[in-house]
Design a protein around this ligand. Sequence first.
Ligand SMILES: [Zn+2]
Ligand SMILES: [Zn+2]
Length: 262
Amino acid sequence: MMKIKKCTRCGIEKNLQEFTFRTDRQHYMAMCKVCIRERKRKYDKNNKEKTAARKSLYAENNKEKLKEYRKQYNQKNKKQQAKKAKESRQKKTAQKEKIKLNYYLKNKESIDKAKAEHKEKQRIKANLYYKNKHDKNPVIIQKRAIKEKQKWLENKNRIQVCATCGRLKSFSDFYKNHNVSGSDLRKISCKLCTGDHMRERNRTGRKRRSDNLTDGFIKECFCKHDGFKAKEISQELIEFKRIQMEISRELAKQTKSLPQSQ
Ligand SMILES: [Zn+2]
Ligand SMILES: [Zn+2]
């Protein structure tokens, strides 16, 4: 059964728990806890100096205790406040996300379009930046040159037998084989042999054209010796020139075969 007691100050009948038990006198106080607190507050208000003195004296005598109390209070509060702040942040973020999602769903088409446009713009910008950076930056130009030089040195140490002269030569003595894209392969003949070959081919080609007096050869002669332009030379002119050249060649031949004593 719950015990009830009447407070002598406020006159309200309260549960025993609402009264302070005095262990020194082994009985409950006559006034309830609320009334005692109220009375103390009033007393402190009317005796400010005394209260301040009492408080400072207490603080002086309980330095360590108060320090520990404050520390614990702050720690407890800190955790709680941090927790509260975190929760409110999370709540706000969730709300924002929800609003964002709703807005996106409402304007999906235009947003997607704008996004794609922006992406394309960024891509072009990045390309331009990359190009500028690589084509103009002296550091990168230098780096590239060093890389090329290194590759050249590496290839210098690689060797291959020339298919024409049969000599063992370094890779740098062979032209690149551009027919095989991306590979590092070289032509089968060395640069020197390729040069000889090309010169020989040009020479024989020219001789053949000269012997046969081809249209191309005659055109070439016009351009070289008479200051014509290729498109100014008509077919008729070519025919005349061919006859003229044939005659002069024949004359030269006969002059050569004449006896020296003329
Ligand atoms: Zn009371
Ligand atoms: Zn060779």
